[in-house]
Design a protein around this ligand. Structure first.
Ligand code: URP
Ligand code: ZN
Ligand code: ZN
Length: 483
């Protein structure tokens, strides 16, 4: 059945105008004023609402096995909660155990994700190096629609990789036309600080932030940028949380490097004081990496989004309930790292971004959807209101408010990091593949209806990069004849 969205105001990353939108067969078929409803079409009144591309969250960890437990949110509950908040796609992470096959791990994650209610895709993490990894990166890009590889510069003794692996993997990614991404924290420094703090008797969640100060992120971000620059690879840095990292990205971009940065809404509005809470469960609920920061970093992150030096917003949705967090009751290094927030991503960004005048509605669309679609090469299938695009749409009510609470959220976690925050701006209706899946506070999701989204490698960006890299190729000195 087709769906006609009538009387709304379309907002894209480029412009804002009044038009109806006709969806059929999961795609946008027509856009224009006063569209005729085909017979049998469902008509959705969007009067007073903004019609925007559904949000794409490029950083989630549904049912991730991590730090001795498994994230409580699975691919169904997590994507359903995302749809309630106006997000119509996630890019999650395949994280192979060190030594494990990338391809086998990818297949395992694909199996878990079959229950998803919204479209999804995967970045694949490189957690070790071997000829097999080199080979499997090729297979993943060629046969499985993977165009991004993740590298953890932290989590020593688990999934951390060193500079040698970054150099090898970035080189291989460049060769394939895939984009390397990094979690930028100096894992050696973190491990050293953790040991030292524990030895000083600091065992509570405050130790988490103390062990990973801003400089540790700034150094790693700069190092990853340097390595990418050395070999001419592009780079995407996930969860940028410090002024230092944001500045490193801006500097690299000003120098002509293709570097992109992602921001989490929670890092824009919550600060490090949460770790001073005297209730362990509350403080532990905020333990994530990188940790929440002193307030002045928030200003730098907003400025990065406003200037376009930072391009995307994600949640790093990685849900652990209080009994799971309790594993680190006597030792903060054992608290599973992660916070949840996919359901509130769009509202928090609208309220603190658009309502405050930091962002225009079009800039909001860019940072919640379109830029991600472009960087990860799924635009204009995703992130666009255009004929032929996937009918993944959110009808945004910019004037209604709600109070965020774990009591009413749809996320499968017993805590909400935004508890009690009143936000103006919410998803009135969410449409996925042309079907209404969230409407007036009611979820109509279907388990397993989400599709795996192939992301082909990047012909345009890499063609451009290959020209620059060819021009910069080192040339040896030809000795004078007879020598
Ligand atoms: O604390 C976090 N962010 N947990 C998930 C894994 C990661 O580092 O992204
Ligand atoms: Zn991370
Ligand atoms: Zn993450």
């Amino acid at each position: 059945m087709s769906l006609l969205i009538r009387g709304g105001e379309i907002v894209t990353a480029e412009r804002r105008y009044k038009a109806d939108v006709l969806c059929d067969q999961g795609a946008i078929q027509a856009i224009g004023p006063d569209l005729e409803a085909p017979s049998g079409a469902e008509i959705l009144d969007a009067g007073g609402l903004l019609v925007m591309p559904g949000g794409i969250d490029p950083h989630t960890h549904m049912e991730l096995p991590f730090m001795g437990t498994v994230a409580s949110e699975d691919f169904y509950t997590g994507t359903a909660a995302g749809l309630a908040g106006g997000n119509t796609m996630i890019i999650d992470f395949v994280i192979p155990a060190p030594g494990a096959s990338l391809l086998d791990s990818y297949k395992t994650w694909r199996g878990w994700a079959e229950k998803a209610a919204a479209d999804y895709s995967f970045h694949v993490a490189v957690t070790h190096w071997s000829d097999q990894v080199h080979e499997e990166m090729g297979i993943l890009t060629r046969d499985h629609g993977v165009n991004s590889f993740k590298h953890f510069m932290a989590y020593k003794g688990a999934i951390m990789v060193d500079d040698d692996i970054l150099l090898r993997s970035f080189t291989r990614a460049l060769e394939l036309g895939a984009i390397p991404t990094v979690h930028a924290e100096n894992g050696e420094a973190v491990a050293f600080m953790q040991k030292s703090l524990l030895a000083q008797g600091i065992t509570g969640p405050e130790g988490h932030a103390l062990s990973r100060p801003a400089s540790v992120e700034g150094e790693a971000a700069q190092r990853a940028i340097t390595i990418a620059g050395l070999i001419g690879a592009p780079l995407y840095i996930v969860h940028v949380s410090t002024e230092e990292a944001a500045q490193a990205i801006a500097r690299a971009r000003a120098a002509g490097q293709r570097v992109y940065g992602e921001v989490l809404p929670q890092q824009l509005v919550i600060d490090e004081t949460v770790y001073q809470n005297k209730d362990f469960a509350t403080a532990a609920a905020y333990v994530m990496s990188p940790p929440f920061r002193p307030k002045h970093h928030q200003k730098a992150l907003w400025a990065g989004l406003m200037s376009g030096q930072l391009q995307t917003t994600a949640t790093d949705h990685c849900a652990f309930c209080a009994p799971q967090k309790a594993a680190g009751k006597d030792n903060f290094t054992l608290i599973p790292n992660g916070t949840a927030g996919i359901e509130d991503r769009m509202s928090v960004l609208w309220h603190h971004g658009v309502s405050t005048g930091r962002l225009t509605p079009s800039e909001f669309v860019a940072i919640t959807s379109t830029n991600t679609a472009k960087i990860f090469n799924i635009h204009p299938r995703k992130g666009a209101i255009e004929i032929g695009a996937n009918a993944d749409i959110v009808l945004w009510d910019a004037s209604s408010s709600r109070t965020i609470s774990a009591k009413t959220h749809h996320q499968n976690i017993d805590f909400n990091i935004y508890e009690g925050m009143e936000v103006t701006g919410l998803a009135a209706t969410t449409i996925s593949q042309g079907k209404i899946v969230w409407h007036k506070g009611e979820l109509r999701t279907v388990k397993g209806s989400g599709r795996y989204i192939n992301r082909p490698c990047f012909p345009m960006t890499f063609e451009a990069l290959s020209k620059i890299n060819a021009a910069n190729k080192p040339v040896g000195v030809a000795l004078m004849s007879g020598q």
